[in-house]
Design a protein around this ligand. Structure first.
Ligand SMILES: Cc1cc2nc3c(=O)[nH]c(=O)nc-3n(C[C@H](O)[C@H](O)[C@H](O)COP(=O)(O)OP(=O)(O)OC[C@H]3O[C@@H](n4cnc5c(N)ncnc54)[C@H](O)[C@@H]3O)c2cc1C
Length: 457
């Protein structure tokens, strides 16, 4: 039995490591235990926590109860005819790939319909942030492939909700940031692929226009995204490497190990990601293809989808102060393109670069969630080492450019967007608020005004 004083000393950090508030952490091992926690009428607000891969405070509930869901990691059913997989909330995408993405005699296999850039996230975490992947233009968000959710609410109800049975509550729970109740299990639709290996091409490009030309000309490629050198200026603004990939029919690749192969053992006392090393890294990475302009390879999906997963706890490289991530989406067309160019100008001018600057175009498949982040347009994601007020000032400028362009910021990555920016970016906020379970709360929800500060509802 955990002593409550020990429990209160539990610090839970966001993935970016900027916030490390204390929580009362509860660890149910079964769905019955999880139901009992939700039905328990404590005065402390509740929030579920998955693998903690959200960069900001969306999975934090300072001075409240945090329900660690990774103990609910059982598979319940898999129908090989339909691809419908039912599993507990804490099953990770890595576990699903490990179980179903096994090479079959013809090289084909089952695959996730949509995956974020790490496989170490839970199914419920992927639902609650309605995550997207490199195939957004063809498959939309994760939530589009969710057939049913078993949801426990603090009124004691436990129901299986589907888009047909409970359309409003379902739409609120997809991308619902963990605020509509506790997901106990879910049914998702996997997809059959003709090959579990990937054919992947990297192409160097010289500027933003070249990026858009490549994005427009890549319809035949299922997965697309680009790394950009965010410190390049002038005519080189927006230069980078465009990556596109597709399943290779009849070619199999065994799933990667369930654990990272290398790990950063300790948080170094200072960030190893500084101004000089960033500039050198960006310049070097842009030349990674050497003299060639494009490189085509076929192989495992891990280096294409999950390059960071090979190194455990890579977030520690940013040191004890942590780092911020910023991800926005702005509408397509000239205004959106101009907004991205302006953001890159602001970043280069600030001298605060990012190693991981990713640019991608979202397609127009609608997201099913009221608060889902993706919408048609251009998305830019970057990491910034935490240099205090200087970094906050840069993030505020990027937020202003995003909102001015009628875009929005991704809650899963965010640590500082204002309530006003959230309200402008998410017009369904008021509709969503009707579905918030009064026992649930989060640091993010309080910060952006989804829930009144200090109240339970
Ligand atoms: C390297 C890296 C790359 C990434 N790439 C992408 C990307 O390409 N696309 C993208 O969309 N995201 C990306 N992300 C973000 C990540 O996919 C999301 O933050 C994801 O939701 C994290 O899942 P988790 O299990 O860690 O959940 P957590 O971060 O622990 O929680 C996320 C949310 O889910 C809620 N939640 C968790 N479990 C439950 C439950 N059982 N019931 C109800 N609510 C629950 C939490 O309350 C919280 O609101 C990336 C993150 C990293 C670290």
């Amino acid at each position: 039995m955990t002593d409550i004083r020990d429990a209160w000393t539990t610090e839970v950090a966001s993935w970016g490591g900027v916030a490390r508030p204390r929580h009362l952490v509860l660890r149910p091992g079964t769905r019955a235990e999880a139901r009992a926690i939700v039905a328990d009428d404590s005065r402390l607000p509740l929030l579920a926590h998955g693998c903690g891969r959200s960069y900001g405070d969306v999975a934090l509930n300072p001075e409240g109860r945090l329900v660690q869901m990774t103990g609910l990691d059982r598979f319940i059913a898999f129908d090989r005819d339909t691809g419908l997989l039912t599993c507990e909330a804490g099953v990770r995408l890595a576990d699903i790939l490990d179980a179903v993405c096994r090479p079959e005699p013809d090289g084909g296999g089952w695959f996730l319909p949509v995956s974020p850039g790490t496989r170490f996230v839970t199914v419920a975490g992927a639902i609650a942030n309605d995550v997207h992947g490199k195939n957004h233009h063809g498959f939309g968000t994760f939530g589009r492939h969710v057939a049913a959710i078993e949801l426990a609410r603090s009124d004691g109800s436990v129901e299986t909700i589907t888009p047909e049975s409970h359309p409003d509550l379902f739409a609120a729970t997809i991308g619902g940031l963990g605020l509509t109740g506790l997901i106990l299990s879910a049914t998702i639709r996997l997809r059959r692929v003709a090959g579990t290996a990937l054919e992947a091409e990297d192409i160097r490009f010289d500027d933003l226009d070249a990026f858009f030309a490549l994005a427009d000309g890549s319809e035949a490629w299922e997965y697309t995204a680009a790394w950009i050198d965010c410190l390049a200026t002038g005519t080189a603004t927006g230069r980078g490497i465009f990556s596109r990939a597709r399943h290779a029919p009849g070619r199999a690749a065994v799933p990667p190990a369930l654990r990272p192969r290398k790990a950063v053992p300790l948080t170094p006392p200072v960030s190893l990601v500084g101004g000089l090393s960033l500039k050198a890294f960006n310049a070097l990475y842009w030349r990674k293809l050497g003299l060639r302009e494009r490189v085509l390879k076929t192989g495992s999906y891990e280096p294409v989808f999950y390059p960071l997963d090979a190194i455990g706890s890579w977030n520690r490289l940013y040191g004890p102060k942590g780092f911020y991530q910023f991800q926005c989406v702005v509408p397509p067309g000239a205004d959106g393109r101009a907004a991205i160019a302006e953001m890159l100008r602001v970043i280069a001018q600030s001298g605060q670069g990012s190693m991981l600057a990713v640019l991608k175009t979202f397609g127009d498949l609608p997201s099913p969630g009221l608060l889902s982040f993706p919408k048609p347009g251009i998305t830019l994601a970057l990491d910034f080492p935490n240099r205090g007020p200087e970094t906050l000032a840069l993030l505020a400028r990027l937020e202003a450019v995003t909102i001015e362009a009628e875009g929005r910021i991704y809650p899963a990555k965010d640590s500082c967007m204002s309530a006003a920016s959230f309200t402008r970016g998410y017009p369904a906020k008021a509709d969503f608020q009707r579905w918030i379970d009064p026992a649930f709360s989060s640091a993010f929800a309080r910060r952006v005004g989804l829930i009144g500060e200090g109240s339970r509802a």
